[in-house]
Design a protein around this ligand. Structure first.
Ligand SMILES: [Zn+2]
Length: 131
């Protein structure tokens, strides 16, 4: 397994809050990392997928705004998250085929309250350390 991903508790909470707010749809968002690679900010994005309860597509304009906000704050893209309202906390075939960023993808199983992270498309789990 790869180096653990350290996730501050308040950012984990923000992901769960966003995931519950969007039910029954999937949520999506990005996390900004500082110069040491620590995750320090969360940017919830709108899911503009045609069937948002089945998959996610981040609103491109919001994603661009989030990336610009990160750059202004001297942050870089550290991770991407989305939810599976009824689980599981593992990547779907669509998640694998659409992954294009070399950062961990966090997947929140809302029903089971399980959060896991993976490098995609290689589907390699990255352990999460919350706190
Ligand atoms: Zn998914």
């Amino acid at each position: 397994m790869s180096r653990p991903l350290r996730l501050p508790r308040h950012l984990e909470q923000a992901i769960w809050d966003h995931a519950r707010r969007q039910l029954p749809s999937e949520c999506v968002g990005v996390l900004g990392a500082d110069g040491e690679g620590a995750l320090v900010a969360v940017y919830p994005l709108a899911n503009v997928a045609a069937r948002p309860e089945r998959c996610y597509v981040a609103d491109p304009a919001e994603l661009l705004r989030a990336l610009k906000a990160m750059r202004r704050a001297d942050l870089t893209l550290g991770a991407i998250y989305h939810s599976h309202p009824r689980g599981p906390a593992t990547p779907s075939a669509t998640d694998l085929s659409l992954a294009e960023y070399p950062v961990p993808y966090l997947i929140a199983d809302v029903e089971g309250h399980v959060l896991r992270a993976y490098l995609l498309p290689q589907n390699q789990e990255v352990p999460i350390e919350v706190g």
